[in-house]
Design a binder for this molecule. Structure first.
Ligand code: SF4
Ligand code: SF4
Length: 166
């Protein structure tokens, strides 16, 4: 549910950074139906994936106004592992700017105890943000998972999901 006072307005960034399976739209490419900065040209008939999607900024008023994706160039979503931060590839360093970087660090600190990770995705590259380090995980495929060492992260590696299950 949308947070009070929040609406997409001039933001259309999820229509670029997210993949839409039903449209065979890859990540980091504008959807053919998007008018960037204006909205969806097939709004009434948009795919179910689009209807059900809402970024964290839209639904959580605890995320302050400066995180609005059209301004921050960052689209936040949650996964079972924690927080995923997708950076507009046109602004690959957006997440390193302040106050974003410091806030990501703070969330990484508070996520350590409940085992929630903060991952930044720029293009195909992923970076794990921890309280003290940033781990470049390289290109992480859809069937790969991050494996962490220790309660305080000392190292992170990427392994195939099928290897984890063994
Ligand atoms: S990124 Fe969030 S605020 Fe922007 S259009 Fe998508 S759901 Fe709306
Ligand atoms: S169909 Fe519409 S809502 Fe869905 S990605 Fe394309 S422009 Fe965005």
């Amino acid at each position: 549910m949308t947070a009070p006072g929040r609406q997409c307005g001039d933001c259309t960034l999820c229509c670029k950074v997210m993949a839409i399976e039903e449209l065979a739209k890859p990540v980091n490419a504008w959807c053919a139906h998007c008018r960037p900065g204006h909205g969806c040209m097939i709004y009434a008939n948009r795919p179910a994936e689009c209807r059900t999607f809402a970024c964290v900024w839209l639904v959580n008023e605890l995320l302050e106004e400066h995180w609005k994706p059209s301004k921050s160039k960052l689209v936040l979503t949650t996964s079972e592992d924690g927080l995923e931060v997708r950076c507009d590839p046109g602004f690959p360093d957006a997440w390193r700017k302040e106050p974003f970087r410091s806030e990501l660090r703070e969330w990484a600190v508070s996520g350590e105890a409940p085992d929630m990770t903060v991952v930044v995705i720029v293009g195909q590259r992923m970076t794990l943000v921890t309280s003290e380090h940033e781990f470049d995980l390289g290109i992480v495929g859809p069937d790969e998972r991050i494996e962490l060492e220790g309660t305080k992260v000392v190292n992170a590696t990427v392994v195939k999901a099928s290897d984890l299950e063994q």
